[in-house]
Design a protein around this ligand. Structure first.
Ligand SMILES: Nc1nc2c(ncn2[C@@H]2O[C@H](COP(=O)(O)OP(=O)(O)OP(=O)(O)O)[C@@H](O)[C@H]2O)c(=O)[nH]1
Length: 947
């Protein structure tokens, strides 16, 4: 509030300046002249001096251009009788009221000019008398203010509706009525004075200096009663009464004093006004009971008041709200809780409307899985309830925890809901579900040609044998005489067909198997009679066994003078491949690819084996099969060699192959001829796919292109998920955890060692570890470094690879990282056995992980007397560090491990040498260094095992 000058006050009071100066002097207020300012204190003092209530009313003033709130200046509470709640219009103080309510009138309205006037209202300690009617009272409260005031629940007493410039309201005070706010009393007094009626409320205590603030005297405009208004007011109760009073506001729109509180002299925000300049908004309080109609104007603050009205309407007393023109009875004890309770109850009211949704609405459709939060939302229950239920069932989950279909169904059932899985049903579209498979009648099935894969060691004659069988010389056309890609060919013998897959080795076979394509029916194991069983022969055996495919052994090159088929047979018995003539069940055929000896016998044996296998398929349905190989042709687009395994593929068929789909545009056989159909076990080259699938992917002909597209898109999205969480391979770290989950019941192991003796020892030790909980299955052992083929086998068989004094080839290492194959390298068998035992018991110790620092190739060696052998080296990867651990590897086998004795660049000793530089290296106490050896530089890190 600003200061008021004497002349302003005099003007407002209708006094001459000199008269006012005299009065001021009389009141003990020292002022120099009429232009002197009166401080708040002075005004208050002067007010006390002047005092009459009527004068107080007049003290409210209106400045031109400024809209002021009308506030009662009554400062003393009137002695009142307690509230009679029923049938009276009661104005009560806010229970939460502060000790002293001082309303500041100068709170600016958003749209209006700020009002500097400030009035102080002393709270009544007791209830004011009832205001029954209102006489004309000039009120500074503008309509807008009233509307605003209405919005404030703190206000209990009625404010007066006025125009911006002048306000007239009739107030009648009925002394018989026990209650009325002191404001109203003050108003009444004022009105009485103005109108000369001198009708006073029963008791009105004067405001005191410390309980009310007089901001200045206002000469109330002596506007004659407005006819209309008067008429209206006389016709019905005054608006002051009509509107529920707000807490902290007295009748006439002034803030009500708060009960039981002492004045503080502080000037809090005026209830009903926007807080400004640090004024605090008074807490909402219940509405005072009124039996009056609502004020007609709700004006400009409508928007802002919206929410609060809502609160008021939630009146829990069952009394009529302002809006509803219902009586509200203030109950002090409930004042502070009213709003809150109203809100709560309103919620409760919603809850009580228990409606049982239709059965159709109680079905939650999910796609394979759903999060707890989403399920709760769809069922219309709180997520907490679901979480609580899950906890009760023993699962500690969060709101984002995904639930699979079964879990969601069980949970939903608890809440009287059903869950329907509407996941994309690929199997239905592809018609591959077992029930449909079973639909094939026996009479529909026809014998199909066997699909044969030839495997064996390098140069043992695989391609030559196939060529000889096909009577075509593919070998000559191949670069360097080595098979470059997988091809599929079919040959005929006595009207019976055999389909051959020409693979460059078992890697492709296993790679296809790893993708789920169990294409091969029979494996021809080619072993050169002059060479015997070689490492890749063993690998081929392991791969075939892992796939469960029967083998026919073709002992090749028997035309060679040093051929020794018996030796081959003997060697193969070690791998449980025992010839029939020796009491076994393996078919052995001695052949010569070069001289085409015994090829028919081999084919006969293949057909015989096929008969035993009873290979049949139904050609009269949509085709499905596998991709043997695929490539992108610049002119023809993606080309895939497909092997039909069931049904018949036709030109124009919509197909989905792996992640891609398309329509069959053309089909070409191995001999280059175009065909319109391809039946079971028939390999053809297909064009028309939208992308290049992977070898080993399955393909399906579907009803139409849209279905193919849907499946393709679905697979692509799934593939993305898989790529994101590619961690499904078993590892020793997770073994125990997976055993606990029942995911792993068998640990497949591939063992590679530097010498045969180690392999035997490892095999024996590991077999002893086999338990009921986890069976150890050694699927392959071999001497030498860990090859790519070992990794593909591990991938297909979900195995781990153990290496003893051997290293993985670079390609194998990369592949293992991609395929997440766990490779464990040891130099002591005991350590490996311990690790596996600990892993099975869930006690795996921290893993000592090797961090590779660099690789160095040894390109020359020098002998230096009294020093030993010095290696002339080239750093091909990373760097070599003088003090790092070093391993000397020869043909992927570790031959030495230790530290460097010297590291030099030219003649200088250096600490490290980086990639692409030459250096001289001496190994500590080791001289057997050879050109072509590799030095691996590494350090050991301890990685905590996570179970
Ligand atoms: N004497 C003799 N030589 C053969 C016979 N079969 C193959 N060879 C020769 O052995 C060499 C290797 O034959 P391939 O058919 O290329 O052997 P592969 O196993 O297919 O070799 P990769 O494609 O490198 O895996 C060739 O020089 C053939 O001529 C045979 O029955 N007798």
């Amino acid at each position: 509030m600003g200061k008021v000058r004497v002349y302003e006050l005099a003007k407002n009071m209708g006094l001459e300046n000199k008269d006012l100066l005299a009065k001021l002097e009389e009141a003990g207020i020292d002022v120099a002249s009429h232009s002197s300012s009166l401080a708040e204190e002075d005004l208050r003092k002067f007010e006390d001096f002047v005092n009459p209530p009527v004068q107080k009313i007049e003290e409210a003033r209106i400045k031109p251009g400024i809209i002021r709130r009308r506030r009662t200046v009554v400062r003393e509470p009137v002695e009142q009788t307690p509230v009679a709640a029923e049938d009276t219009v009661t104005v009560a103080a806010n229970e939460k009221a502060e000790p002293s309510v001082t309303a500041e009138v100068d709170t600016p309205e958003p749209e209006e000019i700020p009002q500097p006037e400030e009035q102080k209202v002393t709270p009544p300690a007791i209830e004011p008398p009832v205001v029954e009617s209102v006489e004309e009272v000039a009120s500074p409260v503008a309509t807008t203010n009233e509307a605003q005031a209405e919005s404030e629940p703190e206000i209990k007493a009625e404010a007066v509706t006025t125009s911006k410039k002048e306000v007239k309201t009739e107030v009648k005070v009925d002394a018989d009525k026990p209650k009325v706010s002191e404001k109203k009393v003050a108003e009444t007094e004022a009105v009485a004075t103005d109108k000369g009626k001198k009708e006073k409320p029963p008791v009105v205590e004067r405001a005191t200096g410390d309980r009310a603030k007089i901001l200045g005297r206002v000469e109330l405009p002596q506007t004659p009663p407005h006819g209309q208004r008067k008429t209206r007011n006389s016709a019905r109760p005054a608006r002051q009464d009509a509107r529920p009073a707000r807490a902290g506001e007295r009748p006439g729109g002034r803030p009500a004093a708060r009960p039981g509180t002492a004045p503080t002299g502080r000037t809090p925000a005026r209830p009903g006004s926007t807080p400004s300049r640090g004024n605090k908004r008074v807490d909402p309080a219940p509405l005072a009971p009124l039996e009056q109609p609502l004020p007609e104007k709700e004006g400009r603050n409508k928007k802002r008041n919206k929410g609060r009205r809502g609160d008021n309407n939630d009146n829990q007393d069952g009394r009529v709200s302002r809006r509803g023109r219902r009586v509200e009875v203030f109950e002090p004890g409930r004042a502070g809780q009213k709003k809150k309770r109203g809100g709560k109850n309103s919620k409760q009211a919603k809850h009580t409307e228990v409606t049982v949704s239709k059965a159709i609405k109680r079905i939650v459709r999910i796609s394979d899985s759903i999060t707890v939060g989403e399920l709760a939302k769809r069922m219309g229950v709180k997520a907490n309830e679901l979480i609580a239920e899950l906890m009760r069932q023993g699962s500690m989950v969060t709101i984002n925890h995904p639930l699979d279909y079964e879990s969601a169904a069980i949970l939903a059932a608890e809440f009287n809901h059903e869950v329907e899985n509407v996941a994309f049903d690929e199997e239905t579209i592809l018609e591959v579900e077992p029930s449909k498979e079973a639909e094939d009648n026996v009479e529909d099935l026809e014998v199909r040609p066997p699909v044969v894969t030839i495997m064996g060691h390098v140069d043992h004659g695989k391609t030559s044998l196939l060529d000889a069988i096909r009577e075509a010389n593919v070998t000559e056309g191949e670069a360097g005489g080595i098979t470059q890609h997988i091809g599929a060919y079919d040959v005929e013998l006595d009207g019976k067909k055999v389909t051959f897959l020409d693979t460059p080795g078992h890697e492709a076979f296993t790679a296809m198997r790893a993708r789920g394509a169990g294409v091969t029916d029979i494996v021809i194991l080619v072993v050169a009679a002059d060479d015997g069983v070689m490492p890749q022969t063993k690998e081929a055996i392991s791969h075939s066994k892992a796939a469960g495919v029967p083998m026919i052994v073709a002992v090749n090159k028997i035309d060679k003078p040093d051929a020794n088929p018996e030796k081959v047979k003997q060697e193969l018995t070690e791998f449980e491949l025992v010839p029939e003539e020796w009491g076994g069940d393996t078919i052995f055929v001695e052949v010569s690819a070069k001289q085409q000896t015994n090829l028919d016998t081999l084919l006969e044996m293949i057909l015989l084996q096929a008969e035993v296998l009873e290979l049949k398929a139904n050609p009269n349905k949509r085709a499905k099969g596998s991709i043997v190989e695929a490539r992108l042709d610049k002119g023809r687009g993606p080309i895939a060699t497909v092997l039909v395994q069931d049904g018949t593929l036709k030109i124009g068929d919509a197909i989905v192959a792996g992640l891609h789909y398309g329509r069959v545009r053309s089909m070409t056989t191995a001999t280059g001829s175009q065909v319109k159909e391809a039946g079971p076990s028939f390999p053809v080259e297909v064009t028309g796919l939208g992308g290049v699938p992977n070898a080993g992917d399955t393909f399906h002909a579907v009803e139409n292109e849209k279905a193919a597209k849907d499946v393709s898109h679905h697979r692509q999205s799934k593939q993305r998920e898989i790529d994101l969480s590619r961690n499904s391979k078993v590892s020793l770290d997770q073994l125990f955890e997976k055993m606990q989950q029942g995911v792993v019941e068998e640990l497949s192991v591939i063992v590679k060692a530097d010498v045969q003796g180690s392999l035997e020892a490892v095999r024996d030790a590991l077999e002893k570890l086999s338990t009921d909980a986890c069976r150890l299955n050694i699927i392959h052992t071999g001497v030498g470094g860990i090859s790519e083929s070992d990794i593909t086998l591990a991938t297909a068989s979900n195995a781990i690879v153990l290496g003893f004094n051997v290293r993985p080839e670079t390609k194998a290492k990369v592949l293992a990282e991609v395929e997440k194959v766990d490779i464990r390298l040891y130099s002591v068998i005991y350590d490996a056995v311990n690790d596996i035992r600990d892993a099975m018991e869930g006690l795996l110790a921290p893993t000592l992980k090797e961090k590779e620092l660099g690789r160095v190739e040894i390109r020359d060696t020098f002998h230096v007397s009294r020093v030993g052998t010095i290696a002339g080296c080239f750093v091909v990867e990373g760097k070599i560090i003088r003090n790092a651990q070093t391993r000397l590897v020869r043909d992927n086998v570790v031959v030495w491990q230790g530290k460097l004795s010297s590291l030099k660049r030219f003649k200088d000793d250096v600490k490290e040498v980086g990639n692409g530089y030459e250096c001289g290296i001496g190994l500590e106490k080791y001289n057997d260094i050879k050109i072509g050896d590799v030095l691996e530089v590494f350090e050991i890190e301890e990685v905590k095992t996570s179970l």
